[in-house]
Design a protein around this ligand. Sequence first.
Ligand code: ADP
Length: 420
Amino acid sequence: MLNENRVRLTIGYVGVFALMLLLLGLVAVFGFSRALVIQQDELLTQEARNTTKNLLEGGESEVLATNSDEFGWIALEPDGDVMDRNWTTKPLGLPDTDLFEETLREEEVLPETVRGKDGGARVVSMPMYEAGELVGVMQYARSLQRVRSTVNELVLVFLPLGIGGLGVAAIGGAYMAGWAMRPVREAFERQRAFIADASHELKTPLTLIRADTEVLRRGLDDPDDLDLADDVLVETDRMSNVLSDLLLTARLDAGKLLVDEEDFDLVPVIRNAADRFRKRAASRDLRLQIDEPPDGLIARGDPARTGQVLGVLLDNALAHTPPESGVTVAARPRDGLVETVVSDTGPGILPEHLPRVFERFYRVDKARSRAGGGTGLGLSIARELARTQGGDLAAENAEGGGAVFRLRLPRADGSRRKKR
Ligand code: ADP
């Protein structure tokens, strides 16, 4: 549980970091492209001026468009006729008629991006004057390919840096999450140790109380006194069961629970578990039926722990089933596993409680559970025992009413060894 939280914290940290990197990258790329375009506009304005000068005054200013197919220009008369142009204008999308008309109207230098053949171009459109009179429009363009490839290079530099940064963030995040979880881990460990010690300390005097009560009971004749002694025995048994559950929980948390991993026949384990509850079922007129495969069913895990899980399920099923009805235990192979289904004909579990019944100390009807000695630990322990054996335990409601618990365990694989 603590490790899950550590992973969640790390993922959250890395997620936030990735989002920040992404935003930063977007801002950097956008800002960089913008700066390149502004620089481009300045260059194009200067080139447009030089070309206009050459054209109208017959000067010899050096212009870029004569040397490269990246650049192109076109000079238009006010009626739209071409005054002059260089050879690269078409692929660059010149002339841009809308921009031409706007320049004539506004009589201003107007920069714009136009769609050319090769992924667009940046154009500066400038009014041309001769002796103070508007004589045409000069459009000077440069392909945007250069800007794009520079931006792509920037992204290529950013990408490995970003991925590296995320890797470092993941390692740092895992370390920081571990560090942040340390006090919780310590508190959890203190609580676990306290529960284990307290349960252990209480178990010994409780055993003594039970033994002494039994001795005292033998010397009693009065029915009221016998009743009182029986009450003490029942209550000490109940307390002893609670303490056993608490001890088991503490051992599961510490990872100190030894679980056998062996091939075993599930059928005798089911029969044994059912036999322990036969008397109780009969006293309430309940049928306890076993639906078993004729040739046995070999599972892999711990037979004693499996019996313990079935004990919890049968105990609950009998407690929730009304008299004169039935509880069924059915075993069968399923989806490559072996499945034992304990179903009852009780009220079932309300959908809002269903996902929570495996939580520790979770009780559906608190007052009733407490009166019946329930601690809300049974199902949580049962599921953990199932999972420690490599299986699982799930709950659902039957269509016709009643609760259904499915215990799944791995199938036999022939080898034998002990784990944890
Ligand atoms: P407890 O020891 O208090 O019974 P459990 O962990 O075994 O605790 O069960 C948790 C809750 O699930 C209980 O409060 C009980 O009401 C409910 N529950 C368990 N089994 C059944 C069942 N077969 N039918 C209806 N409710 C059940």
